[in-house]
Design a protein around this ligand. Structure first.
Ligand code: ADP
Ligand code: MG
Length: 457
């Protein structure tokens, strides 16, 4: 497309978005329908357009009405969730839903890449269809796979509805986990090593001169023993998780001291502003919605943080807790130290589920093991000009490159990328943080070499 054409297209889109095309079309239709065509057509159009738009006072009333309607809709949606939650599906209904869901997944010849599709054979489906995890959760295979049945483009397509799902549906979860995490050791009983946070002092400030790294963050996910994961949490249990975390944070010490805010008490504007500053989460995508992640929203959701916003706990984002430590610089050592202290404090009060084979359990099989993601937001302008080389280097260094909103590389804004460990399962916490340290240092070195080369040429 030439640049003029593309400008034209953009302009047309803008006019459509702003409602100009719609308003003009209506006026022209009105004029067309007029039996006695007016002498002064322009005046007719002008008058019509003025008549059809509200004055300021009317506009304010309409805006208010809209806000009220939105609040009302959201209340009704919550009520609907609540009622839906009370309806217990019969085994026959589960059977029917599972059969239909599986059929639509398998019949789709365009979206064939989900791990659910790859590993859920007709035999396994038959075997697991009417099996449930222990009472009172009674999770069916359908409760785990509903999102993958509906969204065929999901890379994985399955969530554990509770800790027992990993064992009860093991012949499905195990190959998915090994495929995703690249653990080819079929014989070993243990895929995840014992927790080992190592010597925190070996992790350092990766960018003392603050030239490249804007911020560093490490997060862990945990689920509280004895409660189902988000797909099967009841409304009461969402609140129970929140209460447990809230009271566990009351004994925090020193720089970990902070306060807990429940989502319902944070107004929409503040929420948006906190999300932008990376200290709060919001509702996620359709796949998580179908999996049941946002039932009863905002009930039981919230955030604990210290005044410096360097230590945070997100409650019921997906897993019961996401524990995070952050710094607005490249001091990964400081971040790691604080994270370990925070986790140690929480573990004094809360018991988290751990699996003998998979380590820490999370609802999403991709987070299992250490559940640790250590990331830096970093700007490497010269390296970024050669994405192929950057991605190849990252791959070699066992790093993952994302946009700063957690999305694909395509969403990189202003040259800032999110670079983190790719692996989560099969290594110790220390090994993963060390990988990020070594890898980020290597990337910075590569950037510096390009700077020097640029100065010489
Ligand atoms: P995770 O799965 O590790 O929680 P997401 O990619 O979903 O990470 O991001 C959650 C939030 O954390 C987003 O607002 C993201 O921008 C922010 N975030 C991630 N890494 C960093 C970092 N190094 N510095 C600042 N914010 C970060
Ligand atoms: Mg994430």
């Amino acid at each position: 497309m030439t640049s003029i054409e593309s400008k034209r297209v953009q302009y047309r889109k803008y006019l459509e978005r702003a409602g100009v095309i719609d308003a003009l079309s209506k006026a022209l239709i009105k004029l067309y329908e007029e039996q006695n065509k007016p002498e002064d057509a322009i005046r007719f159009v002008r008058k019509f357009m003025c008549e059809s738009c509200p004055d300021d006072a009317q506009y304010d009333v309409m805006k208010n009405d809209l806000e009220e309607a939105k609040t009302h809709i959201s209340k009704l949606e919550q009520e609907l969730e609540r009622l839906r939650g009370q309806i217990k599906k019969s085994p026959e209904e589960y059977q029917e839903l599972t059969t239909e869901g599986y059929k639509s997944l398998i019949d789709d010849e365009e979206n064939v890449s989900s791990l659910l599709r790859k590993y859920l054979t007709p035999e396994l489906l038959e075997e697991y269809m009417l099996v449930t995890t222990p009472a009172p959760v009674d999770a069916y295979l359908y409760d785990c796979a509903v999102s993958g049945f509906e969204h065929h483009d999901a890379p994985v397509g399955i969530f554990a509805a509770d800790a027992d799902s990993y064992d009860v549906f093991n012949k499905l979860f195990d190959p998915i986990i090994k495929d995703y995490h690249g653990q080819m050791d079929n014989e070993s009983d243990v895929l995840q090593k014992d927790p080992d946070f190592g010597n925190v002092d070996e992790i350092e400030n990766l960018d003392p001169e603050r030239k490249y790294i804007l911020s560093a963050r490490i997060r862990l996910a945990r689920n509280i023993e004895g409660l189902p994961f988000f797909p099967k949490l009841t409304e009461k249990q969402f609140i129970e998780v929140e209460e447990k975390v809230r009271s566990a944070t009351e004994t925090m010490d020193g720089e970990l001291i902070g306060s807990y805010l429940t989502m319902a008490d944070i107004d929409a504007e503040t929420q948006a502003e906190m999300v932008k500053r990376h200290i709060l989460f919001q509702r996620g995508n359709e796949k998580l919605t179908t999996a049941g992640c946002y039932r009863f929203w905002p009930t039981g959701r919230g955030v604990y943080h210290n005044p410096a916003e360097t230590f945070l706990i997100w409650v019921n984002r997906q897993d019961h807790v996401h524990i995070m430590s952050m710094a607005q610089c490249g001091d990964l050592g400081d971040v790691y130290n604080r994270l370990v202290n925070g986790l140690t404090e929480l573990e004094k009060t809360l018991a988290f589920v751990r699996h003998p084979r998979y380590g820490n359990l999370t609802a999403c099989p991709t987070n299992l093991g250490t559940t640790l993601r250590a990331s830096v937001h970093i700007r490497l302008p010269l390296l970024s000009k050669d994405p192929d080389r950057l991605l190849a280097l990252a791959e070699e260094l066992q790093l993952q490159v994302r946009g700063t909103d957690g999305g694909e590389l395509a969403t990189v804004e202003d040259g800032v990328m999110d670079i983190s460990n790719k692996r989560k399962l099969g290594f110790t916490e220390f090994e993963l943080v060390k990988t990020v340290q070594d890898g980020v240092v290597a990337l910075i070195n590569a950037e510096e070499e390009l700077e020097i080369a640029g100065q010489e040429s």
